[in-house]
Design a protein around this ligand. Structure first.
Ligand code: ADP
Ligand code: TPW
Length: 590
């Protein structure tokens, strides 16, 4: 090879030789770019440091985080927002393990993501001879990923990346692991052969058209309903067929419930939105159409008291239509009378066209009795909530703070909205209306804490919109140093910490009387706003709704990275927020 330190000293033959060769680093970058992937979330180190440098040099956005887990969460939500796999890049063993949490999260939430990790030398790892960061990463990733691949030869990088992209976005999306051993990157290859080895994936997420009989079965059941309900899940938000979904809701005239990340698919203020009457419509409905929502714990498994059953396993009597891309999802918890398998765009279009064809006239609206009962319940609850929100107690509580947040989101409907915590999550979800699709991103299927700052970075990068994050002080636990990441890239992120001095509340007492505080209690009166100041961001301490409003308005006006420490009454809220019943010790006390 020529003199790398001083290229001027190279002979022209050497320069030409270099120009005609490519290597593993370059092929990874070329393969990603060829498939329209222009952003990587990661953390450099052996053996991928040069990959991060060269990706940046090749015009990709290379976002370096301070912890791989946050980079992984960023990649996962970028996948949800863009329908392209979000890429997380990590070093071997410990970096890989840090990224793995997010890979599992992506698979669980049906977000397309690819975790690319460098790994140590195969022959040493496989003989367990004790390599630097030795670990059989592929084996460990497999159970947590939708698919996992290892590439050993540079000429196979194109195939590896193509397979990973297809696996991540086709059918039910999920997390994919790609294992790139260190030696792969430096392998050189004739540039032309390298170029030919790359694959531009054609139709990575093919349409899946539902069967005509399944469409008819679903519509027959829907038509027979006296008290129909539609539930929109984050699969429906992911599908990006917002116009068709709105048309379906409005044509049927059926009340709908958006799951947390489907809020805003239609504006939450839509007259058919039944969120404020959730505990009335779930047990009350006779036919329920699920669109991109699973009957998991978030929907009490489709049975039990939430659905009008007598005990926690008892069927409430509802009949279900389930629109989902995964044929295995139906019957996971209760009988699905009308599974409609296909991609949501194709399914909703098929429903609409069949409704139009059959009716000749318009589709019959649900009985007025049901619609009026839902509206009455909803209006009553909205009025009750308005009263609570109008109060201005000292100290500030969740409601008086959220009254401000609700106004700010209404005035900035394009802003991305990140949310995590227990009470800080549950109250926010029910109080803050969303107006546009895919604006609200939160703890998802696992109810996981620690997604917040990674989501903020990806939301700002992928959408270029202002980001607002509402974070419980404990939810924010794993995230502090990502404030540096946010400041370093100067992202328009306004983080509001609902600081009530602890996990759920700040009032627990150590029963022994010993010097340690209770496990759920933090330093009282902590000033989280000072953290962001360390990195050049704007810190605000807000003890009243007026201060909170001023801080948020200024953050949005300036688009500067801002952290507002919103001081919340430490006695407000409940253990585990709305899911106290899942907490064994709390359940015992009842
Ligand atoms: P939520 O938590 O909002 O209730 P879930 O994550 O439980 O939503 O459910 C999302 C569902 O959407 C999954 O079962 C998944 O298979 C499905 N899904 C995801 N993308 C699509 C798509 N493009 N078309 C059809 N179904 C989809
Ligand atoms: C990775 C368990 C659920 S909610 C929560 C924890 C620790 C924090 C609640 O306190 P916070 O909110 O954020 O201050 P608030 O408004 O009620 O005061 N670790 C992970 N995920 C989860 N879900 C937990 C722990 C948990």
């Amino acid at each position: 090879m020529g003199n790398v330190e001083n290229p001027v000293a190279s002979t022209s033959a050497e320069v030409q030789l270099r120009q005609e060769m490519t290597d593993g680093f370059q092929l990874v970058i070329d393969a990603l770019k060829l498939n329209g992937i222009d952003t990587i979330y990661g953390l450099p180190g052996i053996p991928i440091t040069d990959l991060t440098r060269r990706a940046q040099a090749a015009g990709m956005r290379m976002l370096s985080f301070r912890h791989e887990q946050n980079a992984g969460y960023a990649a996962s939500i970028a996948g949800f927002l863009t329908q392209k796999p979000g890429i997380c890049l990590t070093v071997s063993a410990p970096g890989f393990l840090n990224g793995l949490n997010a890979l599992a999260h992506a698979t669980t939430n049906c977000f397309p993501m690819i975790l690319i990790s460098g790994s140590s030398e195969r022959e040493i790892v496989d003989l367990q001879q004790g390599d630097y960061e030795e670990m059989d990463q592929l084996a460990i990733a497999k159970p947590l990923a939708k698919a996992a691949f290892r590439v050993l030869h540079a000429e196979d990088i194109g195939v590896g990346i193509a397979r990973a992209i297809r696996a991540a976005v086709s059918g039910r999306p999920g997390g994919v692991y790609l294992d790139f051993p260190a030696k792969l990157f430096a392998q050189s290859l004739d540039a032309e052969a390298g170029r030919k080895s790359l694959i531009k994936v054609v139709d990575p997420a093919p349409k899946q058209i539902p069967g005509a009989d399944a469409v008819k079965r679903a519509l027959d059941l829907l038509k027979s309903a006296k008290k129909p309900l539609i539930i929109l899940g984050k699969g429906a938000a992911y599908a990006q067929v917002d116009t068709e979904i709105k048309a379906l809701i409005e044509k049927t005239g059926i009340p709908y419930l958006p799951m947390s990340m489907a809020k805003g698919l239609l504006p939450d203020t839509h007259e058919l939105c039944a969120s404020a009457a959730r505990s009335f419509v779930l047990p009350g409905a006779d036919v329920v159409m699920l669109i991109g929502a699973r009957l998991n714990w978030l929907l009490s498994h489709g049975k039990g008291k939430t659905w009008g059953g007598k005990d926690h396993k008892d069927w409430g009597g509802q009949r279900f239509i389930q629109v989902d891309i995964s044929p295995q999802e139906a019957d996971s918890n209760v009988r699905i009378d009308a599974p409609l398998v296909g991609d949501i765009g194709s399914c909703v279009s098929a429903l609409l066209s069949e409704m139009g064809r059959n009716a000749g006239s318009s589709w019959p609206k649900p009985p007025a009795e049901w619609l009026n009962a839902v509206a009455e319940k909803k209006n009553g609850n909205v009025a009750k909530m308005a009263e609570t929100l109008a109060k201005n107690p000292t100290p500030m509580n969740f409601h008086s703070a959220l009254n401000v947040v609700r106004d700010i989101v209404k005035a900035n409907p394009d802003a991305m909205f990140v949310n995590e915590g227990a009470n800080a999550l549950d109250f926010t979800r029910s109080i803050v209306d969303m107006y546009k699709p895919r604006k609200r991103i939160d703890v998802g299927t696992w109810g996981i804490m620690g997604i917040g700052m990674g989501y903020c970075v990806a939301a700002a990068v992928a959408t270029r919109q202002q980001v607002i994050a509402i974070e419980g002080d404990s939810a924010f636990d794993r995230d502090h140093l990502q404030l540096e990441t946010i400041c370093r890239y100067n992202l328009p992120v306004c983080v509001v910490i609902f600081n009530n001095n602890g996990v759920y509340k700040g009032t627990d007492i150590n029963p022994t009387g010993g010097p340690d505080v209770a496990p759920t209690v933090f330093v009282k009166g902590a000033r989280y706003d000072k953290l962001i100041e360390a990195f050049g961001g704007v810190g605000v301490n807000a003890t009243t709704p007026a201060e909170l409003r001023k801080g948020m308005e200024e953050a949005i006006r300036s688009r500067k990275p801002t952290l507002i420490n919103a001081v919340i009454d430490e006695t407000a809220g409940t253990e585990s927020g709305r899911i106290t019943s899942l907490n064994p010790s709390a359940a015992k006390k009842k």
